[in-house]
Design a protein around this ligand. Structure first.
Ligand code: DQA
Length: 150
């Protein structure tokens, strides 16, 4: 059984910690990565953690997850959430269980953030828990993977 989960992060998330800290907090992307490895390890899952500011690179990585038959995907597409049919199509093509994560509560912000192209393809969506949403996503994905084995 596949035991690696890709955790993919979209544009500007490399700036976590300094970017609008009142919205996204003071933790850095390195902190998020460490939290994901800890959460994965508790479930016997390895984490491949990546960030890109480029839509096509994210699409390539999603396709790679499919080609390498990964266990699942956790993705925060950041601004591409609200614009990218390409990321939606890539996730649909993987057939992999996918959890969409947002650090902020996108529904409590500007109206344009309320629509996600990706959500219809996601098994679950988590938003508003800060960076802890990544841990919740990995815990939830692990539970899904366990129940799909039974
Ligand atoms: C975000 C929310 C998006 O609306 C925004 O464009 C981001 C980050 C979040 O994690 O809260 O860059 O995905």
């Amino acid at each position: 059984m596949a035991t690696t989960v890709y955790v993919l992060n979209g544009p500007n998330l490399n700036l976590l910690g300094t970017r609008e800290p009142e919205v996204y907090g003071r933790a850095t992307l390195k902190d998020v990565e460490a939290l994901c490895h800890e959460a994965g390890a508790r479930h016997g899952l390895a984490i491949d953690f990546r960030q890109s500011n480029h839509e096509g690179v994210l699409v390539d990585w999603i396709q790679e997850a499919r080609a390498k038959n990964m266990a699942g995907l956790v993705i925060n597409p950041a601004a591409y959430t609200h614009t990218s049919v390409a990321i939606l199509d890539a996730v649909l093509a993987t057939g992999l269980p996918t959890v969409e994560v947002h650090i902020s509560n996108v529904h409590a912000r500007e109206p344009f953030r309320r629509h996600s192209y990706l959500s219809p393809a996601a098994k679950a969506v988590i938003c508003g828990f800060g960076i802890d949403g990544y841990r919740l996503a990995i815990d939830g994905l692990a539970a899904m993977l366990t129940s799909s084995k039974d």
